[in-house]
Design a protein around this ligand. Structure first.
Ligand code: MSP
Length: 660
């Protein structure tokens, strides 16, 4: 029976589209999974989505849909997470969603188990509470001592909650971290011990009552399970732990978890403690990789610098992108992403170094031997170094892959490829080809090149599965010749094999042109982010305009301002600021406008009143509702606060009259 290998990615939050950072983590894990399959392991590769929690609940409210509909769109919708993994050629064996029924049931059982064994108990959660927002905040989350959401005062409050006895596990967790290679890279071990364990591990609050979008505690349904408890156990429930959906937990457990550095704490402290509590063997390893950053900082939607993997895959091809991510950045450290680096890596390593070996070797085999691998071959001592590398590269590569250093494993392959390219120059096949009596020598040279290429392709396959498949077809390899065993053997390709020079796998990229295209996309993104930020800050402050410089009277006349009558008015669910109005604007069709004036008016105060609205503004969506225009208000700042008055008109003014 084959040895098993269970590897996981973190499960991603479907609160937004995934970006290149998430893609990096999944591509790396996929490459390790493919590598282990190549080595002959029975691999289980798991990924999925972490779908509960307050953030998702809020985002769904903003979008005006249910949380389930919201996550469904991001996970299974067009251009969503499943599509992205398909595009990136991710070979996961299983995909878990924490909203899957079997997972929900299992989490309820697990929570109950820890409650019954005394590791979960009921206590009180203390924090700063904002009554209008119904939210608890920690001291550090407050802005100037006030609610970070609405800016209003907060007060000390307590709420009933369940706690997990994390403190009880401080010692065994510290021992686990200090011995062996459970957590890597080693630098993360000190970080965990010094920053979290030494200052004292406190019990962890593992239930919430302030929102609903989570797994209910079945014996106390007002509580939902803390999202990290729900999420971490995915690694076990996806194999059938505490549920009947799957039954390969005993077969595949324990896991190797690949995670980003900021969630190492959850995986190396909380996760083992909970597993100790339920009596499950600990994971084999947690590897905390670095982040992809931009210009030295975090990618963020508000900065407009989030890099879209769909765009890059479209411009450069999936394999080139996969390769770049793992070739360029040491896996345990942060890496500065840039389009320049991406293009130069593709041009240098793939188009030039690798592409040259593929195209020159296949072209010369075609040209000098009609594409047939020659049987008649004359060796020479100058071949020895290359042949030795053909035999030894696999083991050097394996050493690096086994310690999660894909960039160093690729270094080994590229040493072989570069050596083979140098061998072409040293042996000058085009000169040998001029003399018939050198035919056997030429045969050996091309054979050695084909063998170097074959071994390189086997080792590159986990990184670039599709392109390597195409290149294998060009050198006519059979399944035996591409096995792990065949990757350290010289002389596998049989004489008589048909070699065909195929399409160029990685064409050279016109860097200037491509950078212009990508910069233009980024500029658009940044502009959109800036506009969004502006709209956000405008929204709560009503519709007032800042004082601007003089404008021509014609510009003013472009605004179509009309008298409207308020037919109905209601608060927008999930928003503290917005009111939704139905208005009679004189056209006979009611018009809908949203306005951020709830802090000053209750809906019933406004129904039946006449007001002024600008009608010819672009339609926009606010919290998932259409808004077709803007109601005018008068605003004054008083003691640092906005004092707002909707412009309400005398009832005698006719509806539809133009304000000029
Ligand atoms: N849902 C949790 C994980 C629960 S696992 C039981 C979560 N999700 S996440 O979507 O925010 O992040 C998922 C992974 O993506 C994390 O490992 C995180 O480090 C990784 N990345 C997010 N941005 C990243 C970069 N810019 N660069 C590299 N990886 C990054 O955390």
């Amino acid at each position: 029976m084959k040895d098993t290998f269970f590897i996981t990615t973190p499960i991603y939050y479907p609160s937004d589209k995934l970006h290149i950072g998430h893609t990096y983590c999944t591509v790396a894990t996929d490459t390790f999974a493919r590598y282990k399959r190549l080595c002959g392991y029975d691999v289980m590769f798991l990924t999925g989505t972490d779908e509960h929690g307050q953030k998702i609940e809020e985002k769904a409210k903003e979008a005006g849909v249910t949380p389930q509909a919201f996550v469904d769109r991001i996970v299974t919708g067009e251009g969503g997470i499943l599509d992205l993994w398909k595009l990136m050629n991710i070979s996961n064996d299983r995909f878990i969603r924490t909203t899957d029924d079997y997972h929900v049931t299992a989490i309820q059982r697990i929570f109950r188990k820890m409650y019954e064994n005394g590791d979960i108990y009921k206590g009180a959660y203390k924090g700063k509470y904002c009554t209008p927002c119904e939210s608890f905040w920690t001291e550090s989350q407050l802005v100037d001592g006030k609610c970070p959401d609405c800016g209003r005062p907060v007060h000390d409050a307590e709420e009933e909650a369940y706690f997990f006895r994390l403190s009880k596990y401080a010692k065994p967790v510290q021992e686990l971290l200090e011995t062996g290679t459970f957590l890597e890279p080693a630098s993360r071990v000190n970080e965990m011990i010094n920053n979290f364990i030494k200052p004292g591990l406190e019990d962890l609050c593992v239930s919430r009552t302030s929102f609903k979008w989570g797994i209910p505690v079945d014996f106390d349904p007002g509580h939902v399970v803390y999202v990290w408890v729900d999420a971490l156990f995915n690694y076990a429930t996806a194999l059938g732990y505490m549920n009947d959906r799957y039954d390969d937990f005993d077969h595949y457990w324990p896991a190797v978890h690949i995670v980003g550095k900021e969630i190492v704490r959850f995986h190396s402290i909380i996760w083992p403690a909970m597993l100790m509590s339920v009596g499950v063997p600990l994971p084999k390893k947690v590897y905390g990789h670095g982040w992809l950053i931009i210009d030295g900082g975090k990618m963020s939607k508000s900065k407009g610098n989030v890099v879209d993997p769909y765009l890059l895959a479209d411009k450069f091809g999936v394999d080139a992108l996969r390769f770049f991510l793992l070739r360029t950045f040491p896996f345990g450290s942060d890496g500065n992403f840039s389009n320049e680096l991406l293009i130069s890596t593709i041009n240098t390593d793939l188009a030039n170094v690798f592409g040259n070996l593929v195209s020159r070797t296949t072209a010369m085999t075609e040209k000098y031997f009609g594409g047939i691998v020659p049987a008649d071959r004359e060796a020479d001592p100058m071949d020895d170094e290359l042949i030795a590398m053909i035999r030894s590269t696999r083991d050097a590569y394996q050493k690096q892959m086994d310690v999660f250093q894909p960039h160093l494993a690729l270094d080994e392959v590229f040493k072989l490829i570069s050596r083979a390219n140098k061998y072409i120059d040293e042996t000058s096949p085009w000169i040998l080809a001029k003399e018939e009596e050198k035919k056997a020598r030429l045969g050996a040279v091309l054979y050695n090149l084909l063998e170097a290429l074959r071994v390189s392709l086997i080792l590159l396959t986990p990184f670039m599965p599709e392109s390597c498949g195409k290149a294998f077809a060009q050198i006519g390899t059979s399944a035996d010749a591409v096995s792990w065993e065949a990757a350290s053997v010289y002389g596998v390709l049989p004489a008589g094999t048909k070699v065909v020079k195929g399409e160029t796998l990685f064409p050279r990229i016109d860097a200037k042109k491509m950078l212009e295209e990508l910069d233009a996309v980024m500029e658009e993104q940044k502009k959109a982010a800036a506009q969004k930020a502006e709209a956000k800050t405008e929204l709560p402050v009503t519709n007032a305009k800042p004082v601007l410089s003089n404008i021509p009277i014609d510009d003013f006349a472009k605004s179509d301002m009309r008298v409207v009558k308020i037919l109905s008015c209601e608060a927008v669910e999930g928003s503290k600021k917005l009111l939704k109005f139905k208005l009679d604007d004189g056209t006979g069709t009611p018009r809908q406008i949203l306005s951020g004036i709830h802090a000053w008016y209750e809906p019933e105060q406004l129904v039946g009143k006449k007001a002024v609205a600008i009608l010819n503004l672009p339609d926009r969506k606010m919290m998932g509702h259409d808004s077709n225009g803007m109601l005018l208000s008068a605003v004054l700042e008083k003691d640092g606060k906005e004092d707002l008055h909707l412009m309400i008109l005398d009832d005698s003014v006719p509806v539809g009259a133009q304000v000029c």
